[in-house]
Ligand binder design. Structure first.
Ligand code: ADP
Ligand code: MG
Length: 332
């Protein structure tokens, strides 16, 4: 997989870095961005850090600490696993890593280019965890840089990613700001309630119109699947669908599920509002194929039609109920 395919835009670099922080068990993840990520992306976490002896190979392709046996490929739970992301970033930008592991007196800082260390790791002061800095992204890809500079910058996409992560990983405190800004554009806090997390990121007006939804298919012999989420009710009004979808704790897109959901809303609700949807789906890992796209973003699922059908039915039932309630209230 070519580097420019894994890291297509600044927001895809941010997504990979944040997923690494979550994989490292971080409870705080702070993102700083300059020039829509083209000048600087910095992701700091308080996770377990990277051992000094692992630093020399950190950015070589296929370096991953997330597979210890071939069989793990079938049951992989962490978000990364191919060791492509950091390596790719060093081919399209300048990567500097500062990290400290538990029990060490000092950390190390090291820079990478084209998969290799530029210098031996330098001892330095460090607080718990890892900071990865990517500078001058796509410095060597003139056309890509131009397109990204001309198109609206990627910062809103980055904010959007962080907001989504914050809704799912409610016990992680995420923040995202532009370089030099005092105020963060996302500041999730860490909470034990999903609704609080949604409120912190998307606002109280969204939370007011949400209903909890759960679907499970655990009795099926050949399939075990569970969905938990929140969906907007008949009072919610928006022009665009917000669909926050995590499958096995991985932030993904599933176009057919999104279409099916939108379809149910437009069929049942009188006004043309688009829904707000948060769904967390859990399946046996071997039922999820994340390799159909290099960024692991769009997934395909085993028994996808059946799963979508079940979810559709559940949403339909919820919406019918709340629609009835609403009419009732208006009449009373
Ligand atoms: P993958 O996530 O697919 O394993 P990456 O290129 O994203 O590949 O990362 C390579 C390896 O670097 C990871 O497997 C992990 O061991 C280490 N690593 C990267 N980022 C961090 C981080 N923030 N904290 C701790 N370890 C990290
Ligand atoms: Mg990764």
């Amino acid at each position: 997989i070519a580097a420019g395919e894994v890291i297509q835009r600044p927001s895809s670099a941010v997504k990979e870095l944040v997923e690494n922080s979550i994989d490292a068990g971080a409870s705080t993840v702070s993102v700083t961005v300059k020039d829509g990520g083209l000048k600087l992306i910095q992701v700091s976490d308080d996770g377990h850090g990277i051992r000094c002896e692992d630093l020399p190979i950190l950015c070589e392709r296929h370096t991953t600490s997330k597979l210890s046996a071939y069989e793990d490929l079938q049951t992989i739970k962490s978000m990364g696993f191919r060791g492509e992301a950091l390596a790719s970033m060093t081919y399209v930008g300048h990567v500097t890593v500062t990290t400290i592991t538990e029990g060490q007196l000092h950390g190390y800082r090291v820079s990478y280019r084209d998969g290799v260390m530029e210098n031996d790791p330098k001892p330095c002061a460090a607080v718990k965890g890892t900071q990865v800095m990517v500078e001058n992204l796509f410095y060597n890809m003139v056309a890509r840089r131009k397109t990204l500079q001309n198109s609206n910058d990627d910062y809103p996409k980055i904010v959007d990613f962080i907001s989504r992560f914050a809704v799912h990983h409610i016990n992680v405190n995420f923040s995202c700001r532009k370089h030099g800004a005092n105020r963060a554009d996302v500041h999730s806090g860490s909470t034990s309630s999903r609704l609080d997390a949604i409120r912190n990121v998307y606002g109280a007006s969204v939370v007011r119109d949400l209903m909890e939804i759960q679907v499970s298919d655990e009795n099926a012999v050949d399939e075990i699947f569970k969905m938990d989420g929140f969906i907007s009710n008949a009072n919610y009004v928006a022009k665009k669908t917000t669909m926050i979808l995590f499958i096995n704790d991985r932030l993904v897109d599933c176009t057919s599920l999104k279409r099916a959901t939108e379809f149910v809303y437009s069929a049942i609700l009188p006004q043309a509002s688009k829904p707000f949807i948060y769904m967390s789906i859990n399946l046996p890992p071997e039922h999820v194929d994340v390799n159909i796209h290099p960024t692991k973003k769009e997934v395909s699922l085993l028994n996808q039609e059946r799963i979508i059908e079940k979810i559709k039915d559940a949403i339909e039932e919820k919406l019918m109920n709340c629609n009835n309630t609403r009419i009732f209230q208006t009449q009373a």
